[in-house]
Structure formats: structure tokens, C-alpha cells
Design a protein around this ligand. Structure first.
Ligand code: N01
Length: 545
């Protein structure tokens, strides 16, 4: 059982640590488990009262992971051997239960301070230590700070005029009330139809008296092909777990399947269709990342995938006008360069009599009123308003903190023109801070638990190497950062990613610098470069004894 703040007495000895981990999701827990075993004095500070990071906060109805079992879990046998999933794509509650299981197995909570949100940090250059402030008014000193805050620690609420005047419950999907919200018989409005929107829309459509979906850009949602697992099926699957877990370490996106290095344009239309059909039937992200390599690089190849997807979607929607809004003839952006989501019955929702689709491109939101949402063609009365409007992703969870580096600048100021890191783990002027699943690492392009383990192993080795060599301070150089940034820009210029206004490009937040926020060269190449740096005595970093 996770501790809450009231269960804990602040431990004075705890205020001087070798390593402070921020965040108790997949990445943070992995660090705690391994660093503790290696004898480091290490604790986690977690803002939530429970484990799971994103799975704690995003507890909206329908929340479900888009990566399949057994890819989306820890690869440690002591954890999986007696854990059985119920579904191929587990729901939010099952993931929360999984974290409790992990806690029980690894005895983690005793070293986690819950309800303790890190708010600020300043580097003490004389002692090479961070002074960290948390929202309970406490200060902690730590030599190293590992930010395991994930890519979605800062949710985004657009500046809709009148939003605060709405009379009914209004919640962002990432700030969902832990006690839940009853949708039955209510008039519900959902703004936003990314992965979170698709999931909450599917759920709300079954309970609401009326559901209004406010869509700005159509989502390209792929068939999940969910399956239920019995304990017997799960037991049988476990024979292959070690192979699946090994494969995900070797593949581009941290999944147990890799990119297909065939061109969509080098095969006949019939052959291409057969590949698409097979990936579609397999479900999950197969259709996105396991068909042809040039789908994400060549517009002509990309269009073949878009058109296949569009045919599949149109076949499921009764009204051709609505079908055209959800899957238009002209793609809103190339297929797959804005993250697709997975769906189970998303398109059938729009055949229901209680569901209305409002196209914000033709009838934009003018204001939120006490009764609902006013668009240019009239007012939509609502009892509940749901904001599924996404995140200031990847960087926002870090720049919202008042972290002051050696030059007196905050991280926010330092990254004003775009995030810069070396290897996606550290940034100049902010010594002894390391990021996991952060900017310019594979993060959003990699299955979360794989990245938590693989990038996490590199960080653990780094901590061990520094200890063995008596190093007090590690800091990325500006030159190394520029090289890493050029590396990313070179890789992304070969793709279609810059053609969409996605969170991958920082383009979903007004005023945010447009840049590819992830390392787009795949996990294996990424790790090769990290390991090369380590082998050369942490090339690109300055180490100070
Ligand atoms: O957020 P999003 P999300 N007026 O940014 C719309 C992960 N995730 O929370 O496309 C009107 O994708 C915006 O419209 P547009 C996953 O990696 C994973 O859904 O910008 N609309 C869009 O429709 C995912 O990619 C899982 O035109 C506005 C929506 O809000 C990431 O989290 C589940 C607007 C935002 O979509 C983010 O997903 C959920 C405005 N002013 C999430 N501003 C699983 O694995 C924004 N929008 C299950």
C-alpha cells in the first residue's frame, strides 16, 4: 500500500542525499530499485499521493495504455512471474494495480516521499550540491538530481475566454478527480481528440444523454484489436516473455517488433495492401511502425498508408459528411507524424444519435459560457466540460520548475529558444541534473518502460562510474549540446515529422519554440552513442573530482 504524507514523519537524515529522484513512475522506480541496491543514499519525491506517475493523474474514464503486453511492463522476472494482465492493452486501474504489485515485490514505498512536489532547485557551487525546495516548505540537499517526471507532467489548458465561468464540472483529463465523475444522463462536451480525447469520448458516448465532440484536427486513430487474457493464456505467454523483452531492447521504438526496411513504393499495390491488412489485423501500433520504413519519410509512400486508413474508417461511419470530417480526403498532415491513437469503437460513436461532432475549423470556439461552449454557429449546452487538450510535452514538466543553474538562469530561460541537451540526459550550466525520458532522448518515440530500463541503465552506470572515480560534478558542454542538436536536426530533416503541428515538434503550445523534441534515430543508435560517450570517459561532459 502506498504511503501518503500523513503516514510519514519527515526524516531529518533524509535531507542530505547522494541522489534525489523526482517522480515515482516507471523511470523513477527503476532508478530507486537499482541505485538502492548499489548502496547509494537515494529517495524519491513524488507530487502525487500514490505511485504510477502519469497513471496516477490521468485517471479519466477510458484511460488505457496504447502499448501491448508484455512490452509495456518491467522486464524483471521477479515482477512478471506472478503478475497476470487481464487485457492485451490494460486499462488505467489495472496499471495502478500493477504499480502496487511492483511496490510489494521491490519494497519501494519506504523510500518514497509522497505528496511532496519539488518546486525549485539551486546549485551550490562550493559544495557541488543541489538545494531542492518542495511544496511542504522543506529543503533537501542532494549531490545528483534525477528528473523522472515523464513527458506529460505539465498539462495544457488553452486560454478559452470565459473558461472559469463554466458552471458545471470542468476537468482536464490529466487532472481528473480521483473519486471519479458520473457521466450518466449528462450532457457532456469534450474539447480535443488526441489519444486522451479518443479514450474519454468512447467512454462518455456510452453514458451521456448527449455528447458533443469539439474537433479541431481529425485524429488518425488505429484499430487497437484488444484481447482479453485468462490466467492460462497469460501463463502460456510467459514462455516468450524473455524473448519479447530482449527484442524490445534491440528495436527502434522499444517494441518487440521493428521497422520493416522495405519501401512502400517498391512493391505492387496488391502486395502493399496485403502488408497493410496484416498490420491492421495485428492491431496496436503495427500499422504505424511495422509496415514500410518510408511511410514516415516520403510523401507518396505516406499517402498510401493514409488512404488505406481512410478507407477503413469511412467503411464504419454511416453519414458520409461526418466521415469526411473525421477522415478527410486531403490528409490534415502526413500519416503518423502526429501521434496516432488506438481506438476500439471510436468511429462507431459518431453513428450514435446522442453524439454530435462540431468541426472547430469551420465553426471555432468563441467563448465558454456558464452553460456551455459558444461556437461561431451557436451555443452548445453542457453539464460537464472535458478538456482533452494535451500537454506542454517533454520540456514543460521541467521548465515549470524554478531550477536555477550556475549562470543564474532558470531552465526555462536557458531553453527559451529551444531545449538543448547532450545525449538527452543533461544540459550545460545545470551540473548533476540528469533527465530520464526527457528532451532530445528517444522518450516520446520509445515505449516508456523500455526507455526507463535502457536509458535508466546508462544513468545507473554513470552514477556508479562517477562514484568509483570520486567525481563530484558532471556537466554537459555547450559544444556537445550543439553537436547533439545538429544530429537531431539532421535525422529529422530526413522525415516528414516537421510537416505537422504536433507536440513532437513543440507546435501544440502557442509560443513554444518549434523543434523536434525527441531523438529520432531510434533506441539502438541512441544507446550506441550514449555508450560511446561513457567509454571515452563521458565525452561531451566535464567531470570534476
Ligand atoms: O493530447 P494531444 P493527448 N482548441 O496533444 C486539441 C500520450 N497519451 O492528451 O490537434 C481546440 O495529443 C488538439 O487539437 P489539434 C500520447 O503520447 C497516451 O490526447 O492541436 N482544440 C488535440 O485534438 C499522446 O500523444 C495514452 O488541432 C484544442 C487535443 O486537444 C499524448 O499523451 C493516452 C486546442 C490534444 O491532443 C498527448 O495526448 C493518452 C484549442 N485551443 C495520452 N488546443 C495512451 O497510451 C488543443 N486542442 C493510452
Amino acid at each position: 500500500m502506498a504511503l501518503t504524507q500523513s503516514d510519514q514523519t519527515p526524516n531529518k537524515n533524509n535531507n542530505d542525499l547522494e541522489i534525489l529522484i523526482v517522480g515515482a513512475g516507471f523511470a523513477g522506480l527503476y532508478q530507486l530499485h537499482h541505485l538502492r541496491k548499489l548502496g547509494f543514499s537515494v529517495k524519491i519525491y513524488e507530487a502525487a499521493p500514490g505511485l504510477g506517475g502519469i497513471w496516477y493523474w490521468n485517471c479519466y474514464p477510458g484511460a488505457r495504455v496504447d502499448s501491448h503486453v508484455p512490452v509495456y511492463e518491467y522486464s524483471m522476472e521477479e515482477i512478471w512471474k506472478d503478475w497476470n494482465w487481464k487485457e492485451r492493452f490494460p486499462g488505467g486501474q489495472e496499471l495502478r494495480d500493477y504499480f502496487q504489485h511492483v511496490d510489494k515485490k521491490l519494497d519501494l514505498s519506504k523510500d518514497i516521499y509522497f505528496n511532496k512536489r519539488v518546486t525549485a532547485a539551486e546549485f551550490d557551487q562550493d559544495n557541488n550540491q543541489w538545494h531542492i525546495q518542495s511544496d511542504d516548505g522543506e529543503f533537501t540537499r542532494a549531490r545528483f538530481v534525477l528528473f523522472c517526471t515523464g513527458f506529460a507532467a505539465n498539462h495544457y489548458v488553452p486560454d478559452f475566454p470565459g473558461l472559469k465561468d463554466f458552471k458545471g464540472p470542468c476537468h482536464h483529463t490529466a487532472q481528473w478527480p480521483q473519486q471519479g465523475l458520473d457521466f450518466r444522463g449528462k450532457r457532456i462536451g469534450v474539447i480535443g481528440n488526441g489519444a486522451s480525447g479518443v479514450q474519454v469520448i468512447q467512454e462518455a458516448s456510452q453514458q451521456a444523454s448527449h455528447l458533443t465532440v469539439f474537433q479541431r484536427t481529425p485524429i488518425i486513430a488505429l484499430a487497437m484489436q484488444q484481447r482479453q487474457f485468462t490466467p492460462e493464456i497469460q501463463q502460456a505467454m510467459k514462455a516468450d516473455y524473455p524473448t519479447s523483452h530482449q527484442k524490445r531492447r534491440e528495436n527502434f521504438g522499444g517494441f518487440d517488433y521493428d521497422i520493416n526496411f522495405q519501401s512502400a513504393l517498391a512493391v505492387t499495390p496488391e502486395e502493399r495492401e496485403a502488408v497493410f491488412e496484416k498490420a491492421w489485423a495485428k492491431g496496436g501500433f503495427s500499422f504505424w511502425s511495422n509496415t514500410f520504413f518510408d511511410i514516415l519519410m516520403n510523401e507518396e509512400a505516406n499517402l498510401t498508408a493514409y488512404q488505406f486508413w481512410r478507407r477503413k474508417v469511412h467503411a464504419r461511419i454511416d453519414d458520409p459528411e461526418i466521415a469526411e470530417k473525421l477522415a478527410p480526403e486531403t490528409p490534415p498532415h502526413p500519416f503518423g507524424v502526429k501521434r496516432p491513437s488506438l481506438e476500439q469503437h471510436y468511429y462507431e460513436v459518431f453513428n450514435q444519435k446522442n453524439v454530435q461532432l462540431v468541426d472547430l475549423k469551420t465553426t471555432p470556439i468563441e467563448q465558454i459560457t456558464p452553460q456551455g461552449v459558444k461556437t461561431s454557429d451557436g451555443e452548445h449546452d453542457l453539464d460537464i466540460l472535458i478538456l482533452a487538450t494535451g500537454f506542454d510535452a517533454v520540456t514543460g514538466g521541467l521548465t515549470q520548475l524554478d531550477i536555477k543553474g550556475t549562470q543564474g538562469e532558470t531552465l526555462k530561460q536557458r531553453w527559451e529558444d529551444g531545449a538543448r541537451t547532450h545525449l538527452g540526459v543533461a544540459t550545460a550550466d545545470f551540473p548533476n541534473i540528469l533527465f530520464i525520458y526527457g528532451p532530445q532522448s528517444p522518450s516520446g518515440f520509445c515505449n516508456g518502460p523500455t526507455c526507463a530500463e535502457m536509458q535508466g541503465d546508462w544513468i545507473i552506470k554513470c552514477m556508479t562510474d562517477l562514484r568509483e572515480k570520486g567525481i563530484q560534478r558532471i556537466e554537459a558542454t555547450r559544444e556537445a549540446e550543439e553537436t547533439w542538436n545538429e544530429n537531431i536536426n539532421m535525422l529529422v530533416s530526413m522525415t516528414l515529422f516537421p510537416k505537422a503541428d504536433s507536440w513532437y515538434m513543440g507546435a501544440n503550445i502557442p509560443g513554444k519554440p518549434r523543434q523536434m523534441l525527441m531523438y529520432p534515430g531510434g533506441l539502438p543508435l541512441y544507446l550506441t552513442q550514449c555508450n560511446e560517450s561513457a567509454e571515452k570517459g563521458y565525452e561531451g561532459f566535464v567531470l570534476t573530482p
